[in-house]
Design a protein around this ligand. Structure first.
Ligand SMILES: *Cc1c(COP(=O)(O)O)cnc(C)c1O
Length: 378
């Protein structure tokens, strides 16, 4: 049987913003205060409860959280920071924005997560920090990474853009890292368009980041907005990374629904796994521990990836590639002299990978259709 192209597109992603979130954002728009204020503080408090991390600073992106984490630990020119080859570019560009050098490390062939053995080999006298990435929603081996960091006196800054809800070996994002960086970008599990947050157990780091997120000013607009005018001072060279209350409002009720939507994601994940079982021309990455189920990725033969990608698209299925390994991208090749063979496992995974449509409302009929198309490409 040949699959017939369906008339209605299956989107790659659909966000989970509903009327109550829109009402919360509208309430901010009807108020007088639009920028970082009480709604953002409310979100920070609720996100702190959810993550179990005592200090949460909301920002306008995860990239900002990564950048300010590094700056808060005085990492900059002359320093090295270890990053995985299999990640989104922001993991490495945040390092470059501080003036430090990203040192790329290859990943494990089963999961695509950073390889702790190669990681430790990459440590030099200049290394200051490690930025592990919890790829697709699966946590990196944080126990191993923390042990390496402690042996060499390094900071661990977790890129948890894919993983708010996951757990591995009894560890959740942020529990073993010095800081953890979350994303609320348009397609993340918790999404408001653009947004991020930094979590930490260290109050001094949180305070530094709070100041750096608004120009290095000693008081934020919300603090100045009191009965009696209070002067602010500039105490550091900061950035413009603060979030707005308009977008923070979209996150508060979504966060309350996050565990419920994770159960729905897990159902879609299991259904895909069942439907794709036995298809010899593709494989699924291993999932160590409990995944946050962010991206549903298949690995196919590298020489057939683009063909399959385009055939899925031709069948009206939304697809993405998360990711081609960063060291194979032009900027990294030209500026660091990397070649695909420099990190062969990540290069290979990056040449094989396809992300399928994945979100709680992806239904049985859609999943069966997608699996049916993939079966034909054997
Ligand atoms: C999305 C993403 C980021 C960047 O998040 P922003 O909020 O868009 O800055 C960083 N790392 C990974 C792994 C991501 O997927």
């Amino acid at each position: 049987m040949t699959m017939q192209r369906r008339a209605e597109k299956i989107e790659f992603f659909r966000h989970g913003i509903i009327e109550e979130d829109i009402a919360a954002a509208t309430a901010v728009l009807r108020s007088i205060f639009l920028t970082t204020g009480t709604v953002t503080r409310d979100f920070e408090a609720k996100f702190s409860d959810y993550t179990g991390l005592p200090y949460l600073v909301a920002l306008n992106s995860c990239t900002a959280a990564l950048h300010l984490s590094l700056l808060a630990y005085d990492i900059g020119v002359g320093d090295e920071v270890i990053v995985p080859a299999m990640t989104f570019i922001a993991t490495a560009t945040a390092v470059m924005h501080t003036g430090a050098t990203p040192v790329v490390v290859d990943c494990l062939p089963e999961s695509g997560l950073i390889d702790p053995v190669q990681l430790e080999r990459a440590v030099t006298s200049k290394t200051k920090a490690i930025v592990p990435v919890h790829l697709y929603g699966s946590l990196a081996d944080m126990r191993a990474i923390r042990a390496i960091a402690d042996r060499h006196g390094l900071r661990v800054i977790e890129d948890a853009a894919h993983c708010i809800e996951g757990e591995r070996d009894g560890v959740r994002p942020g529990q073993l890292g010095d800081t953890v960086c979350y994303s609320f970008y348009a397609t993340k599990n918790l999404a408001c368009g653009e947004g991020g947050a930094l979590g930490t157990k260290d109050p001094a780091i949180a305070e530094k980041v709070r100041i750096l997120r608004t120009h290095g000013m000693s008081r934020e607009a919300a603090d100045r907005y009191t009965d009696r005018y209070q002067h602010w001072d500039m105490v550091a060279l900061g950035w413009k990374y603060n979030p707005t209350d308009i977008l923070s409002a979209l996150l508060i009720r979504q966060l309350e629904r996050l565990d419920e939507t994770l159960v729905q994601r897990e159902r879609v994940w299991e259904r895909y796994t069942r439907l794709l079982e036995g298809m010899g021309h593709l494989r699924l990455p291993d999932v160590p521990g409990k995944s946050a189920c962010h991206l549903f990725t298949i690995w196919v033969a590298p020489e057939r990836r683009d063909e399959i990608l385009h055939r899925l698209q031709a069948m009206n299925i939304g697809v993405a590639v998360n990711y081609r390994a960063i060291h194979t991208l032009r900027y990294f090749r030209e500026n660091f002299g990397y070649r695909p063979e420099s990190f062969p496992i990540a290069a290979d995974i990056g040449a094989r990978t396809i992300s399928l449509p994945f979100y709680p409302s992806l239904d049985e009929e859609q999943s069966v259709y997608i699996a049916g198309c993939l079966r034909e490409y054997a």
